[in-house]
Design a protein around this ligand. Structure first.
Ligand SMILES: Nc1ncnc2c1ncn2[C@@H]1O[C@H](COP(=O)(O)OP(=O)(O)O)[C@@H](O)[C@H]1O
Ligand SMILES: [Mg+2]
Length: 514
């Protein structure tokens, strides 16, 4: 007899249905799994047998039969141990030790030797698949059930039954109708709770008003930023502080972030979702794969882990040139394509970049107080790195100068981040409304036709920009970036019209255009 159980495999952030077919035939005693499995699947044979034994049923090795497990489609490379439960149930069904109808059920989970179910990665992606492919229920390890249940919080979507089980015996009792398992549900209020404790408040950072405002604009419109200045002026501090003013992610964004962090195995232990924007600060020695993703099995890289949040490249001229170069395409496209043997998978990568650097190797080039000790060629080679692929993508340039003593002793402004965060949140809301039909969320994502439509300016503003362009102070690329930033500045005021002041302020963040 042949039994067929439905399971699933990850393909980037998405997933695909896998049919686990188990045939139990007369013949020489054997137990094989085919379908391009990796080592984990071979090991799965051992776990499945042991788990079945532990619940006093007869394992494959005890049958005088030929047992063949086929994971289809065969051409998709399957990784991991999430098929244990499906294989065990398929075998028990095929060998007539249990009876149930596997139709409409998506079954996933790793088995421990004692038959208990161990949590798996990528669950939210699987429950989306179940919903899309018309499955009525999903059966999986209890620890994963809340995460899977997020799918049911979507409005106007078909609900699926989420069954989280502790072990193989419980799954069998449930499937044979001998035991009820209550459905797992997530309290939607929980998603709205802010769990984040911010390390740094904007109000603690002294002086640097121009940069703080630059970061406020960046947070509001998701604009990329470059911070430049001598060492010890607070560049790293300012970049880290930006998380405290980022707006809460929307429900759709929470689902996206949760999917990514689930696949990476990085969901917080205490809750099954991610409801805060990520801040990723990879070290300058990071490899290309760790930054952009890949490997086998393909894992999201830092740029995907920074999706809808911040990617901070501190001391960015220290990064390897090839690594910086590899960021060009994902920044442009908002996603990264990873080539596999038979298919291409994509991970999203819509992040806000914050890059920080000293102006030269010693750090004091252009400093009014301290003398720069670099040679002309050192400065030139440093500059070349700065004018590389990333600089083209920067909307906001901030010069972060040395602090004055009077700034340093000024009192803290407690709670400043919270105030700014509210403003930023409102500005994002305006953008969300504006771009409802455009398929984007923020001003920084506008392409030229959208800039033309949404960034209309009056003639005095046009005259200012004309002067800058004619004097060679602003390139065509810079021109469009100024318009986008000015749009965000107006949005922060809740104002439809872009004023000359907005243009002037946006220009103040372009002056170091290299
Ligand atoms: N503007 C500032 N306000 C308050 N503290 C500051 C400021 N700038 C620097 N500091 C202090 O100096 C330390 C070093 O700053 P850092 O951000 O690492 O400088 P940079 O990255 O520019 O070299 C910070 O951790 C903080 O304690
Ligand atoms: Mg620093």
């Amino acid at each position: 007899m042949v039994a067929k159980i439905f399971s699933a495999a990850l393909k980037g952030l998405e997933s695909q249905v896998i049919e686990v077919e188990v045939a139990c035939n007369k013949g020489l005693r054997s137990f094989n799994i085919v379908g391009l499995g990796d080592k984990a699947i071979t090991e799965s044979k051992e776990r499945v047998s042991q788990a079945i034994k532990s619940i006093k049923l007869s394992p494959p090795q005890a049958q005088a039969k030929r047992i063949l497990v086929n994971l289809a489609p065969a051409d998709l490379k399957k990784e991991g141990s999430l098929y244990d439960l499906a294989i065990a149930l398929g075998y028990l069904l095929a060998s007539k030790q249990v009876r149930f109808n596997p139709q409409g059920k998506l079954i996933l989970g790793e088995l421990a030797l004692d038959g208990s179910l161990k949590p798996i990665k990528g669950v939210l992606s699987f429950s989306f698949l179940a919903q899309k492919e018309g499955f009525g229920e999903i059966i999986l390890p209890k620890e994963n059930a809340k995460e899977a249940g997020l799918v049911n919080l979507q409005e106007r979507q078909r609900k699926i039954k989420i069954i989280g089980a502790e072990n193989l015996a419980e799954v069998i009792s449930y499937l044979e109708g001998r035991k009820e398992i209550p459905e797992s549900k997530v309290d939607p209020q929980q998603l709205k709770r802010n769990f984040q404790k911010f390390e740094i408040d904007f109000g603690w950072i002294k002086g640097q008003l121009h940069t703080k405002r630059g970061l406020e604009i960046a947070a509001a419109g998701a604009h990329n930023v470059l911070l430049q200045g001598p060492p010890g002026t607070g560049k790293t501090l300012l970049a880290k502080a930006i998380v405290s003013i980022l707006p809460q992610p929307s429900f759709e964004e929470i689902l996206e972030l949760t999917k990514i962090y689930s696949i990476a195995g990085l969901l917080p232990k205490e809750r099954p979702f991610l409801n805060q924007r990520p801040f990723r600060a990879p070290h300058h020695t990071s490899s290309e794969v760790s930054l952009i993703g890949g490997g086998s099995p393909p894992k999201p890289g830092e740029i995907t882990l920074a999706h809808r949040g911040i990617l901070f490249l501190d001391e960015f001229p220290e990064f390897h040139r090839d690594v910086l170069e590899s960021l060009r395409q994902p920044i442009e496209e908002g996603e990264i394509a990873i080539q596999r043997a038979k298919y291409i998978l994509t991970f999203p990568a819509k992040f806000t970049l914050i890059a920080a650097s000293n102006p030269c190797p010693c750090g004091y080039f252009g400093d009014p107080e301290k003398e720069c000790t670099c040679t002309a060629s050192q400065i030139a080679s440093y500059r070349r790195k700065l004018s590389g692929p990333l600089i083209d993508r920067i909307d906001i340039f901030c010069w972060v100068p040395s602090l004055k003593y009077s700034d340093l002793i000024s009192p803290d402004k407690e709670g400043q981040s919270q105030e700014i965060r509210k403003k930023v949140g409102r500005a994002r809301e305006i953008q969300r409304e504006r771009f409802k039909k455009e398929g984007i969320l923020t001003n920084s994502e506008m392409k030229i036709p959208q800039i033309k439509k949404y960034c209309q300016i009056d003639s005095p503003s046009q005259n200012i920009l004309k002067k800058y362009v004619d004097k060679g102070l602003l390139s065509a690329r810079g021109y469009h970036r100024v318009l986008k930033v000015a749009r965000t500045i107006a949005d922060l005021e809740g104002r439809e019209k872009i004023l000359t002041d907005d243009i002037s302020e946006a220009l103040s963040y372009r002056l170091r255009e290299g």
